[in-house]
Design a protein around this ligand. Structure first.
Ligand code: UDX
Ligand code: ADP
Length: 472
């Protein structure tokens, strides 16, 4: 029976960092080394200012760091020492070449796998942790098999991560399920059991699901696609609500009470973001196309099309409400992260919205409690444009508070649902007092009580509700 004593995690990002930190926290008998090529990232993990903001993460890292949790740039040494290696490198959507805009770029996975093959001096269990298209494990196996010897053998597992940002530590400590896929061979099953033993240090055994490799890989894409599909479904309904006077919160509540549907992931919004949803659906679309299943591909593609439509619809509503022009008007954007409680901006709806405002020559003032100004400038810059950051700086002002952003603004737009933007936390009377009149407020997150803010004097527009909603 294989017993795991030493784990290496390649990639100290949003997935690898929190996952392996919790693993170290819950398995004091296992040494965990998280490695990355980026010296800056590793230095930050070794400092008091961790590179990722995630509630509860500091406590977990500070508790184990230096005891059984280590962060290092010495990738080769950590690979050599380990009996089990998590591959948690980034897998962005390809920007060019075959499958551009859809397929995942597996160059980082490949290079990490090749490194494992090159430097290993003993047998390893290699675990695919990054979100990857189906059949990636097969490619990893081909690379590793080509480098196996009679003394060194590699087993490959798929162990997708289901944590959501902002609740990562909670999700890791108390997961709905842990999924471990393996080739159903004798050694594959032994490796699978070894990883089961790691997780059952803290996860009840019945929540650890073992499957074949392909089921595990596809389940990750399927789970994200279905979650995103629910959001696109409620967002599609939000357009009907606005046109009819139905209230999308009421509709979601009524539907969610059906235990077959459940209440989660039915919050209408300005559009889903994050590093996973769009990428995983596009992976599924690409896979379906490759498998010559065009109807299946179109079906999933529609979830993304609806998400883009939702963002465009929101912008169109803002422009038409502001008398069909926002040229030179000041637009205050509250929130830039793709959701609350994270500093992550990948695929954030804010980026699309603000780029549209800039196109319309509006002056945009942005406030987000966690996102660094440099990140905002980078996200709004256009590749290939000369002096693109300077161009952004001409049109965009990054503020230290919601009050500063809203000062002199024609409209306030709530894009991220940070608690501090709620109407019991932010002083909306003060915001109103500082704004140009009429003072418009657009809520893309169903965060505020529209009636209350209308009483202050705001002209309020909320996704999925029209002025009649709640009054009739
Ligand atoms: C997601 C999955 O939830 C997680 O299981 C997977 O491992 C990674 O991808 P994440 O992207 O971190 O996690 O966040 P999630 O909470 O799923 O939210 C994604 C986006 O959907 C956010 O922009 C969020 O604001 C939006 N959303 C979520 C809605 O608009 N409405 C909802 O009801 C829920
Ligand atoms: P995710 O959200 O999937 O965790 P991130 O981009 O946050 O993605 O993190 C991935 C990390 O993997 C990055 O910090 C990157 O530097 C690291 N990385 C990529 N390729 C390698 C590699 N071959 N060896 C070590 N680290 C790598």
């Amino acid at each position: 029976m294989t017993v795991v004593k030493n784990i290496c995690c390649i990639g100290a990002g949003y997935v690898g960092g929190p996952t392996c930190a919790v693993l170290a926290y819950k398995c004091p008998d296992i040494k965990v080394t998280i490695v990355d090529l980026s010296e800056a990232r590793i230095a930050a993990w070794n400092s008091s200012n961790l590179p990722i903001y995630e509630p509860g993460l500091d406590e977990v890292v500070f508790e184990c760091r230096g005891k059984n949790l280590f962060f290092s740039t010495n990738v080769d040494a950590a690979i050599q020492e380990a009996d089990l290696i998590f591959v948690s490198v980034n897998t962005p959507t390809k920007k060019s070449g075959m499958g551009a805009g859809m397929a995942a770029d597996l160059a980082y996975i490949e290079s990490a796998t090749r490194r494992i093959a090159e430097v290993s001096t003993s047998s390893k269990i290699v675990v695919e942790k990054s979100t990857v298209p189906c059949r990636t494990a097969q490619s990893m196996r081909t690379i590793l098999d080509a480098n196996s010897t009679s003394e060194i053998h590699f087993d490959i597992l798929s162990n997708p991560e289901f944590l959501a940002e902002g609740t990562a530590i909670k999700d890791l400590l108390n997961p709905d399920r842990v999924l471990i896929g393996a080739l159903q061979t004798e050694s594959g099953i032994e490796a699978q059991n070894a990883l089961v033993d790691v997780y059952t240090h803290w996860v009840p055994k019945e929540r650890v699901i073992t499957t074949n490799l392909w089921s595990s890989e596809l389940s990750k894409l399927a789970a994200n696609a279905m979650l995103a599909q629910r959001i696109s479904s409620i967002n599609a309904l939000s357009a009907i609500c606005e046109a009819t006077g139905a209230d999308v919160d009421e509709v979601a509540f009524a539907c969610g009470k059906d235990t077959r549907l459940g209440s989660k992931f039915l919050k209408a919004s300005v559009g889903f973001g994050g590093s996973c949803f769009q990428k995983d659906i596009l992976n599924l679309v690409y896979l379906s196309q490759q498998l010559n299943l065009p109807e299946v591909a179109d079906y999933w593609q529609q979830v993304v099309i609806m998400n883009e439509y939702q963002k465009k619809r929101f912008v169109r509503n803002i422009i038409s409400t502001l008398f069909n022009t926002i040229t030179n008007k000041k637009i205050a954007v509250l929130g830039f992260a793709f959701k609350k409680d994270t500093g992550d901006t990948r695929e954030s709806a804010a980026i699309t919205l603000i780029k549209d405002f800039m196109q319309e020559n509006a002056r945009v003032a942005i406030y987000d409690p966690k996102v660094e100004p440099q990140q905002i400038y980078m996200d709004l810059s256009e590749p290939g444009v000369v002096d693109t950051q300077k161009e952004v700086e001409k049109k965009v002002q990054i503020c230290q508070s919601a009050y500063e952003a809203a000062d002199g603004a024609d409209a306030v737009i709530i894009v991220t649902e940070w608690d501090e933007f709620r109407d019991d936390q932010l002083d909306y009377s003060k915001i109103y007092a500082g704004m140009h009149k009429p003072a418009f407020l657009f809520d893309g997150r169903l965060l505020i009580n529209a009636q209350k803010l209308r009483q202050i004097g705001f002209k309020v527009s909320v996704i999925g509700k029209n002025e009649l909603a709640g009054t009739a």
